[in-house]
Structures are given as structure tokens and as C-alpha cells.
Design a protein around this ligand. Structure first.
Ligand code: PLP
Length: 499
């Protein structure tokens, strides 16, 4: 399997794509050919447990990795109960008739990012070995809240790696912040930036593609890589759970193999929903892929109009992991939509860079709309859905998942589409305890100030146990207090690495 840059002619193998994280021309590595499974193969895969299914899918893409080695890494990453608190890894639960939740938050940091970031460090270390690289790998991460913690946990004390995380000072939930600033591990650094996620992601992308810095780094026997979803190694593990969710619904008697399933994904950087698209392209019988945005609705607008316009106000919402206006992974979708012509993608990305917008032609937009639908939920709608689902179903969902539920409800009312729907439930409600409680209680209800009392209160309401990794935060020391301006990232990286 070969990987190409979405913006140019570079061709590399999987190991190189994962090790580099981003293509030298600023494009993203993506498979030049998507593997296909036929009906017989789907029947074969349907009986597998999560780990065996992961191996069957991932080895199609990482063909330069030895299958036995992959199996070993998958076993370590998706270990129950050591790493994941559910034996199924991503259980499927019923929300209401025809609506199901794919619970992606049973990993160590309570958000879906764990599904990728428990495996990525293993892939990265092996990719280095396969490429004969001995340089220390410096993982730079820009986070809207969940990737940072998941990357820190995944790479913590992994030999030959260091991880530096930048998070927006004002843009994460109190629990998300605590999770990061208490991070243990000799090789971890966490820095708050005075800016938003887009500022952090842009600065990090610039550092990655700065040739001078790369040279300085090489002299120190170091090399940069990425744990954001611009790295192909982040995306490939995410394809697995769409297959798993589909087969789980077959086991639960909701579907027969071959029947269509819609998928709704609360979306920010377009990584998670791109994995669903890849699963569909591989032959999984998915119907509409419904892209759910919060008030930062640049993506749902794009799907409806073909116009991508990031020249708009940025909102800080109660679903902070989706507070993004520059969705990196959309570039991979564009690449496939324009029939794998890197020159076209390059021009669109250049236009975006220079003018802050671009527009698809009618034919490409029509192709986009065949697979995708999109909508957005305001803050009020999101809170209302959290309250409604709690009152009618006695289920507590987090604000990101609630955006997905709200957008699906609207889609359903508009289309009356009878196809069953699987909603990616991307985070544990405990990560956003104060927003969730405020939504369930009356708007003017006075909330407890102590975040840990809120966790207990939510546990009572939800009839769920507070995840150990979150209740344990109360006793952890604050270890990371660095803070910098959004123009200072390169300098801070230099200081941390002693360049
Ligand atoms: C990262 C994240 C998202 C957005 O996922 P993308 O792959 O960036 O589209 C949604 N919900 C939660 C809880 C997240 O952590």
C-alpha cells in the first residue's frame, strides 16, 4: 500500500507516512487506493472480536508492518481491563428506536481519541525501526482538549519519544485542563497558549514544515512528528470501530449484513467522520454520513453549499473539542472527491490560505452530497437535547454527543429517512460535568463550585460510576504551568528541546 501527499507527487510507504506525520509539501498522506471488502469478506469479519477485527482492517493499510507485530501492538493497545473499561472496547447502546450510540469513551482519558492514541505510539516506534531511523521522535500536538491528554497518556514514557502539547488557555473544560496539567511521565510537556485551537494548529503545522528547524533538529538527532489527525496513523485505527458498530448492530438483531446504516458524527477536524467515509468506501454498507457541527458551523455549511469560508466569528462552546474553523482532514476527502488530482487540492488549499475561502464546482458538490449530509446545533439546542435525553431515556450524554443527537433529530424530521442511525458518542459526560449538569438542571440553577463534587452529583443522576482516571485527579499535583503567546510556539519548542 502506497501513500501519496494530497498536494503533490510524493509517494511513501505506511511506515514513512506515520513517522513523518505530514508530507513535506504541507499536504496530508493518504492511501492512493482504498482497499475493498466484498460481501463474503464482510460475513467473515462479522464474527470477530474488536482486536481481531482491528488486525484484519489495519493490516490492509499498513502492509509494510509484519502482521504478527501488528497483532501484538493491537493486543497491548486495546486491552480490557488494563486500558479500556469495557470488554467490547466500543459498546453499542440503544438511545431510542432506530437510534444507537457507539460509545467511544471507555479508554483511559474518556474520549474517542484513545482509540487511535493508544495504538499510535506503538505504530510510531515500529515505523521508526522499519525505516532504520534512530533519531528521537518529538511529537508536537495542538489540542482542542481531548487529543492532548490522549497523546500524553499514549506516549508517556515510551522510549525514544517526547511529547509537547499546546492547548488553548481559555478553550478547554476544567476537567480537560486538570487532566493535562497533572500529566506524569519524564517525556511530557504541556503548554497553555493565549489563542484558540486554530492558532495552535497553524503554528504547529508551520513548525513541522520549517526546513531550517528540521535541519537544526536533525543535528541533535531529533525529528518531529504529529499525533494530530493529520497523521495517517491516527485515522486508520478509527476505521475499525465503524465496522465494529455495524456488526454489533447485526448481533443485536437491528441489521442484517448488507442493509444500510446511517452514521452521525460530531465533527471538528473531520478526522472521525473521514474514518467513517473510508469504511464506507471499503464496502461497509453505510448510508448517509451526517456531519454534525456546533455553532462553529463551517463544515455543515460547506456540505450544504460547497463553500468553505473560515472568515467568520469563532465561538467558544460547551463542546470545545469541536471549536475549530480550519478542518485539516477535509483535505483528504477533497483529494478523493476530485478523483485524486493533487494539483486541484493544492489550488483549493492555496485559495483558503490566501482568501479564507474556496468553493467547489457543482459536480464535486453533487458527489459530496451523495455521501454526506450536514447540520449544526446551537448552544441552546445542545443543552435542550442533553435535558430531553435525560428526561425521556434516563441517559446522560456529553455535549459533543448531544450535538450529534440534535443534528440527527433535525435530519430525521426533514427527511423521514427510516434507515437506522448510529451516533458516534465521542466523550464521557464526566469530562464536561459542569456543562452537562447545568443543561439538565434549570438554566439559572446555582452549581457547586468544586469540580469533584460535580462529578459525584453527575454519577448519582446518571447512575454511573465516575471513571477512576477522573476521580483520581483530585489528588494529583499540578506539574505543568507554562504559558505562551500564540506567536511564541517555535521559541518554546526550541527552549524545551535545548536547541
Ligand atoms: C476530537 C473530538 C471531536 C471531533 O472529532 P474530529 O475527528 O476532530 O472531527 C468530537 N468530540 C470529541 C469529544 C472530541 O474529542
Amino acid at each position: 500500500m502506497n501513500y501519496v501527499s494530497t498536494r503533490g507527487a510524493t509517494q511513501v510507504n505506511a511506515a514513512t507516512a506515520i513517522r513523518l506525520g505530514i508530507a513535506p509539501d504541507g499536504g496530508l498522506f493518504t492511501p492512493n487506493k482504498i482497499p475493498k471488502f466484498n460481501q463474503a469478506k464482510l460475513h467473515e469479519l462479522a464474527g470477530l472480536n474488536y482486536q481481531a477485527l482491528a488486525l484484519a482492517i489495519i493490516q490492509e493499510y499498513l502492509s509494510d508492518f509484519a502482521p504478527a507485530k501488528l497483532a501484538e501492538m493491537i493486543k497491548a493497545a486495546y486491552d480490557y481491563p488494563e486500558k479500556f473499561a469495557a470488554a467490547e472496547i466500543t459498546p453499542v447502546t440503544k438511545l431510542s428506536d432506530g437510534q444507537y450510540l457507539l460509545e467511544l469513551w471507555h479508554g483511559p482519558t474518556c474520549a474517542f481519541k484513545d482509540l487511535a492514541l493508544q495504538l499510535l505510539p506503538h505504530l510510531m516506534v515500529e515505523a521508526s525501526k522499519l525505516s532504520g531511523e534512530t533519531a528521537e521522535i518529538i511529537i508536537l500536538v495542538a489540542t482542542s482538549g481531548d487529543t492532548g491528554k490522549a497523546a500524553l497518556e499514549g506516549f508517556r514514557d515510551v522510549p525514544g519519544t517526547r511529547v509537547i502539547v499546546f492547548y488553548p488557555e481559555e478553550g478547554v473544560s476544567p476537567i480537560q485542563r486538570l487532566q493535562m496539567v497533572t500529566q506524569l511521565g519524564e517525556n511530557t510537556e504541556v503548554v497553555a497558549i493565549k489563542g484558540n485551537f486554530d492558532d495552535a494548529q497553524n503554528a504547529v503545522k508551520q513548525i513541522f514544515t520549517d526546513p531550517e528547524l528540521a535541519k537544526t533538529l536533525a543535528k541533535q538527532q531529533m525529528v518531529f512528528s504529529s499525533a494530530n489527525s493529520i497523521n495517517w496513523g491516527r485515522l486508520v485505527p478509527q476505521i475499525v470501530y465503524y465496522f465494529y458498530g455495524y456488526f454489533e448492530l447485526c448481533r443485536q438483531g437491528v441489521l442484517k449484513i448488507g442493509e444500510k446504516l446511517n452514521v452521525t458524527v460530531p465533527t471538528g477536524n473531520f478526522g472521525n467522520i473521514l474514518a467513517a467515509y473510508l469504511a464506507k468506501e471499503m464496502g461497509l454498507p453505510l448510508g448517509k454520513l451526517i456531519c454534525a457541527s456546533n455553532s462553529n458551523n463551517v463544515l455543515s455549511e460547506f456540505i450544504n453549499t460547497g463553500i468553505y469560508n473560515r472568515q467568520r466569528d469563532f465561538y467558544t462552546t460547551i463542546s470545545p473539542s469541536m471549536d475549530i474553523l480550519i478542518s485539516s482532514n477535509l483535505e483528504r476527502l477533497l483529494y478523493y472527491l476530485v478523483n485524486q488530482k493533487p494539483q486541484v487540492v493544492k489550488e483549493l488549499m492555496q485559495e483558503l490560505q490566501e482568501t479564507g475561502r474556496y468553493q467547489l464546482d457543482q459536480e464535486t458538490l453533487a458527489r459530496l452530497k451523495q455521501d454526506f449530509d450536514g447540520g449544526f446545533a446551537s448552544e441552546d439546542e445542545t443543552k435542550q437535547v442533553i435535558r430531553q435525553i435525560y428526561q425521556t431515556e434516563k441517559i446522560v450524554i456529553d455535549p459533543h454527543t448531544a450535538v450529534g443527537v440534535a443534528v440527527y433529530q433535525e435530519y430525521q424530521q426533514a427527511t423521514l429517512d427510516p434507515t437506522p442511525n448510529l451516533i458516534a458518542s465521542t466523550a464521557s459526560p464526566f469530562k464536561f460535568a459542569s456543562s452537562v449538569l447545568q443543561a439538565i438542571k434549570k438554566e439559572d440553577a446555582q452549581l457547586e463550585q468544586d469540580e469533584f463534587k460535580l462529578l459525584d452529583e453527575l454519577a448519582q443522576l446518571a447512575q454511573m460510576k465516575v471513571p477512576d482516571s477522573l476521580s483520581g485527579l483530585a489528588k494529583q499535583k499540578i506539574l505543568h504551568q507554562k504559558i505562551c503567546a500564540k506567536t511564541e510556539l517555535a521559541q518554546v519548542v526550541g527552549e524545551i528541546l535545548g536547541l
